[in-house]
Design a protein. Structure first.
Lengths: 340, 298
């Protein structure tokens, strides 16, 4: 804690002193404080509030959002060194962390690092699958809440939707374990009905994982969809119906085009969270199936190779970025509409 | 039966299935908490017991994690609410030209996977600590400090969005009137802006604390040697062989249900109050209109 004080205390004291002295200095309109006092932002908010706004926003944007990302990127191009070696001759930029993901160690038999590449591709494809599954599950409900059941009943449904998501993510995954385990409820039901003569290992088959991931992000799909569909004038649906359009064409040509920002936003959020999920794969994944985040986790914990883990994290971030940009391009929506 | 009725039945059945999917896992877990078996399961049912609940409180690791989670949650509230407020006010004042860029930067933590935020925070402070030649016990390497910073990175964006929504309805002429009447900027901030934002501040605090309390993805990287309730839980679930976890889930569900319902009730009451005030204003306006309309006739 002592460094904390020695580093930040002077800054705080200087800021405090400046605020206290400001009125005195301002009397002589010239000089530094005169200039500061004439900036529109300061005129509008006063010195004290301006200082608060600028300090808080800079602390957040620079020290919590931008610099950590820059350092992670920088770190991903470095060798894994002991603290004593940092700044020494071995501390140079290298591509080896990224090469490892693609090709594995130089002496390996295989040309490519198939183990990690497969995990990466499976994570991406499975996340897309979970996103589509979630969209298919949630669209009817969102349409029903937004167009059919307006009023009290619809509000009850919204409340019922939110309630399960107050429960911790890990405990939700645990609940799926109880449901899908070899001695779980579903297997017990299947056995009593005689549909199977021995329990099915849903965990090994990844059924539990996909069900759990879809479950975890239902809310993030339903609400953007609901908000978008709710703003559609129901007369448009009626008009299409009166003109003889079948139900699927009404959805394809009227409802979905209107709900495009909501669809884009829901799909982006669900994909990001599924690809970046860690708890659900750790708890529900079969023993042989890894999620890409689990490999990253291992580099940071048991593996003890942080630069390597940073490189993998950058790859995951890039994959998510590509997905968002693709969705924005396909649906022709802006970032502001997605992150509402 | 007409096709319309069949359609209605199908929709009803779909909604039933959907909510079954939502609630069945939680109900099953709730039942497992009371089943008298050493393994968390519902069938076969071996009899009702509450013995798993006292066992929770004997688990020193879990208690320690719980206490840490509370402290971290309070720390996150303390950091992310002022930052979110400042960022939201800044958004209303930033130059038109920079607004899109600013918005993109500040909402990016919402869209970024939680593990990335945890990793970048960990790496950044670790590097700073190395440059500063800090000791191992210093805050650069403290799991609690890093977790508060890492979680606040994205939770501040949530609180900012809450404040932005509220600020959109703020009437700036009130501020100008106060300034014209000789109030200082600080007085305007505390006496006009703060009371107006009060509901938003409370919901931002609640959201920040709850989000922090149940965060796992960011925390698992930043917490390092220490522990929070979620990291302890994740470890236990992976071993996953005792029903006391289900008992804990029941407790958490009970607490959060009460909390969620209380928040909902408070929100409704607030809305009803606002509605009543609007009605009142409208009636007064109508009365005034009528009085005016009546005036020439008299």
């Amino acid at each position: 804690m002592s460094e904390f004080l020695s580093l930040f205390l002077p800054v705080f004291l200087a800021a405090l002193l400046a605020i206290l002295l400001a009125p005195v200095a301002q009397r002589h309109a010239a000089g530094f404080w005169g200039v500061v006092g004439r900036i529109r932002f300061v005129q509008r908010n006063g010195i004290v509030i301006s200082t608060y706004l600028i300090v808080a926003v800079i602390a957040w944007v620079v020290f919590m959002i931008v610099l950590p990302q820059v350092y992670m990127l920088d770190f991903s191009f470095r060798n894994n060194l002991f603290p004593a070696e940092i700044g020494g001759p071995k501390d140079v930029y290298t591509l080896s962390n990224y090469e490892y993901l693609l090709f594995g160690r130089p002496g390996d038999e295989e040309m490519f690092n198939w183990l990690h590449l497969t995990v990466f591709l499976r994570t991406i494809i499975a996340s897309i699958f979970v996103t589509l599954l979630n969209f298919a599950i949630c669209y009817p409900i969102a349409y029903y809440m937004g167009q059919v059941a307006k009023g009290g009943y619809g509000r009850m449904m919204i409340l019922a939707l939110i309630l399960p998501f107050w429960v911790n993510e890990i405990l939700r995954a645990f609940a799926f374990r109880i449901l899908f385990g070899t001695s779980g409820v579903i297997n017990a039901v299947l056995l009593t009905l005689g549909l199977t003569d021995q329990p099915i290992d849903f965990l090994r088959a990844d059924v539990a994982l996909y069900a759990g991931l879809s479950y975890a992000y239902i809310l993030l799909m339903v609400f953007p969809l609901y908000n978008a569909i709710e703003s559609l004038d129901h007369n448009q649906v009626e008009a299409a119906r009166d003109l003889g359009s079948p139900w699927w064409r009404i959805h394809w040509r009227v409802v979905m085009p209107h709900a495009k920002p909501g669809i884009a936003s829901g799909c982006t959020l669900v994909f990001m969270l599924a690809a970046g999920a860690l708890a659900a794969p750790q708890i529900l994944g079969g023993p042989s199936s890894l999620w890409f985040t689990q490999i990253i986790y291992d580099w940071f914990n048991t593996g003890g190779n942080w630069p390597q883990g940073s490189a993998y994290a950058i790859v995951l971030l890039l994959a998510c970025l590509v997905f968002v940009l693709t969705v924005m391009r396909v649906f022709k929506v802006s970032l502001g509409e997605i992150a509402k | 039966m007409s096709s319309k009725q069949i359609q209605g039945l199908m929709i009803g059945f779909y909604i039933f299935l959907f909510f079954l999917y939502l609630f069945a896992p939680l109900i099953m877990m709730g039942m497992a908490a009371f089943n008298d078996v050493e393994f968390p399961q519902v069938v076969p049912w071996e009899g009702f017991t509450t013995r798993w609940f006292p066992e929770l409180f004997e688990d020193a690791l879990m208690i320690e994690g719980f206490v840490n989670s509370i402290w971290i949650g309070l720390g996150v509230v303390f950091v992310s609410v002022p930052i979110g407020l400042a960022a939201a006010i800044m958004m209303t004042q930033v130059y038109e030209r920079f607004r899109t860029l600013y918005y993109t930067v500040v909402v990016s933590p919402v869209l970024m996977p939680g593990v990335i935020l945890g990793i970048s925070t960990l790496v950044f402070w670790d590097r700073l600590g190395t440059f500063a030649d800090a000791e191992y016990e210093s805050f650069y390497y403290s799991g609690m400090f890093l977790t508060i910073v890492g979680q606040s990175t994205f939770i501040s964006a949530y609180t900012m969005l809450i404040f932005l929504a509220r600020l959109q309805r703020f009437d700036r002429t009130q501020e100008e009137a106060a300034l014209d009447l000789g109030a200082t900027h600080v007085q305007v901030f505390w006496k006009i802006l703060m009371p107006f934002l009060r509901p938003a501040i409370f919901s931002a605090m609640g959201l920040a604390f709850l989000t922090s309390f149940e965060n796992y993805n960011t925390t698992v990287f930043t917490i390092q040697a220490e522990s929070t309730l979620t990291t302890v839980l994740a470890g236990k679930v992976r071993m996953g062989t005792k029903p006391d976890l289900a008992a804990l889930a029941v407790l958490i569900i009970a607490v959060t249900l009460v909390g969620a319902i209380a928040m909902e009730v408070a929100r409704r009451r607030e809305m009803a109050k606002a509605e009543a005030a609007r009605e009142e204003a409208k009636r007064a306006e109508e009365a005034a209109d009528m009085a005016l309309a009546g005036a020439p006739a008299q």
